[in-house]
Design a protein around this ligand. Sequence first.
Ligand code: 6PG
Length: 251
Amino acid sequence: MNSSAKIRVSTTPQELSATAAEEVVQGANQAVAERGRFTIALSGGSTPKNLYNLLATNALNTLPWDRMFFFWGDERHVPPTDPESNYRMVSEAMLSKVPVSAANVFRVPAENPDAAAAAEAYEKTLRKVFQIGEQGVPRFDLILLGLGPDGHTASLFPGSAALREKARIFVANWVEKLKTHRLTLTLPVLNACRTVAFLVSGTDKATVLRTVLEDSSASGEQYPAKLVKPSDGELIWFLDRAAASALSDKG
Ligand code: 6PG
């Protein structure tokens, strides 16, 4: 297990979302107090959707919405209107309900049929907003991640080429088993972040979570979530009891 990782186990998925929401509120207010803005990369998947719903209701008055800048850690290769779109999900669950300016929302232009071009365009956007040159890596305040049943995170799938990317910050990643491209941040960005938060819920994640956190014989190539180790940042796993049920320390 990564010795610097913090593990927070909640009783229910609802409590998991509430605990993660507290982290977002605290992190956003602290970042704005210290640096004037809060940059967050959002994830897709079903677990974070509850968090987004909660932020739009319970944290409506406690988040510094006008100082928050929203990005996507990964996106499906579909237009923003597609039911599969991570942008669409976040927009429906949260962004359409809160006082955030469109100028603070940076979606991946995944409607471009050329996935590589879409990724390059998003990389350019990131370099511009974070004011980093060609070699720089953005330092997000918070990156939200999920864990797939195969050990993938963001759209870094087992055995996929993006796992080996060192120079690019956002790429199109061919996922053979899905026969599609996914668009994703790369590991250098995940590992340069101030705080990385994984949200993992449900018994169907229990085995893979144990492998990622506790099995030192399993490789990062096979279980990409293992490769997330912020070099100068915090790594927090928000779990519910069901997801934590196979860990040796159940919290
Ligand atoms: C996506 C994701 C992906 C997700 C995991 C977990 O777009 O599919 O960003 O990495 O976070 O697959 O998804 P669940 O929370 O739905 O289990």
